[in-house]
Design a protein around this ligand. Sequence first.
Ligand SMILES: Cc1cc2nc3c(=O)[nH]c(=O)nc-3n(C[C@H](O)[C@H](O)[C@H](O)COP(=O)(O)OP(=O)(O)OC[C@H]3O[C@@H](n4cnc5c(N)ncnc54)[C@H](O)[C@@H]3O)c2cc1C
Length: 457
Amino acid sequence: MTKDGLTQSLQLDVPVRGQYDVIVAGGGPAGCAAAIACAREGRNTLLIEGTTALGGMGTMGLVPAWCPFSDKEKLIYRGLAGEIFRRSRAQVPNAGPHDLDWVPINAEALKRIYDDMVEDAGVTVLFQSQVCGVQAQAGRAEAVMIQNKQGLSFYTARVFIDCTGDGDVAVMAGAGCEVGNPGGYVQPSTHCFTLGHVDTYAYEHVLGDRMRNYDLTDDCICLQLMRDPELDLIVDTHFCNSLVAPGTVGFNAGHIFELDSTDPVAVSRALMQGRRLAQQFLVGLKRYAPEAFANAYVAQTGPLMGIRESRRILCDYRLTVEDYLARRSFPDEIGRNSYYVDVHQNSSELQAVQEGTFIADNRFERYGKGESHGIPYRSLVPVGLENVLVAGRCIGSDSLINGSVRVMPPCLVTGEAAGIAAAMAWEMPTPNVHAVPVERLQEKLLGYGAYLHLDAE
Ligand SMILES: Cc1cc2nc3c(=O)[nH]c(=O)nc-3n(C[C@H](O)[C@H](O)[C@H](O)COP(=O)(O)OP(=O)(O)OC[C@H]3O[C@@H](n4cnc5c(N)ncnc54)[C@H](O)[C@@H]3O)c2cc1C
């Protein structure tokens, strides 16, 4: 830390409690992959997580299923992503050993998978520790300030990776960001929940297609819930659900609109609204689907609010929906992505949803078999910051393609790449993430099993 930084820490009476080679902020899919990859390269790595477990939205957010890991032909999110996915799938008895798409998540099992993998890699983890400040000088981060039971502390490192989803560290270090679509709307949020004591035979074999939220017919339960005036918080047909364990169905259902994830008051209010929504879903399911839900109860709502979209950091490359449409490959790509442009309707589109005229999820064509686009390393490198990388949901991207790269498989991929790149930057006399030798990074990624299209135009 510079003399000025130390002076400031003394003035604030904030001790420096640790020095690491690389610090990763946020222990979601991106942060776990980043920390494991970095420690695997031999770097002394600290992973700072605000909650009590690793996995982010996939565990503490109770997202019930992995988005597809395939391009409809083969596994394309490989390396650490593939390993985490395989271990997670093995913990879900109702998932087949070769299933690649929409595999349910057992959140408790997944927490332990991440625990084991970070410990095996030698990562130091700090739970219940929130990054609340960054000491930075002229585009160079020197320390993160965290708050936990020990009060405020500084932790220093030579390189930092921001995997907070919201780009907290990058923004606090001085990076620029954008939020929302050109109209100013962010995607709606969802507070995921699980229902227990479900009759799973009836759920799978009696209700069957009535539990879906596409190709809607009048007997679809999500339509009946939306039309029931007593269930006033259920305003649309967002209703994804998966059997995550015996008798237990996970729901990613309902929308909370225009939530600013960086506004603590708004998030607190939304969490309470989310719990009310879960209760309304329970009441409605008992009413319209008693075969499966007559005895069900709300087993859990996610400790984390489900934020689909917030800050996107301005990076050396802004991935765009045109890249998606062109199936573009990049000379500096660090992974491929095949997920569709999954942008949920915002509040201005709600009426069309309620009237059944909104064409959900199909504003952009979905890829055919074997198709994907590249993710360039430059979209992980914030403009104006020399030793900070971003990975996961907050990478440099426009709001449309962010609807695609925000899901967990590509977040794992960008995390692994950022972890290796940070380790490489650490080796430089003065770490500079913009100058990481990309071919060497790609060689390393390929060595760990990555899927890249390097010979494409
Ligand atoms: C409602 C919803 C449903 C979704 N459904 C699916 C789905 O079905 N399948 C799928 O694959 N993806 C799905 N996604 C997308 C996916 O879950 C997330 O976008 C993805 O997890 C993002 O990964 P991440 O690592 O960037 O961030 P996150 O998973 O959000 O993890 C960020 C972590 O950082 C921590 N953190 C944040 N700020 C700080 C801080 N200042 N200090 C310390 N720690 C901090 C958080 O506690 C969290 O653990 C869904 C998302 C939402 C919101």
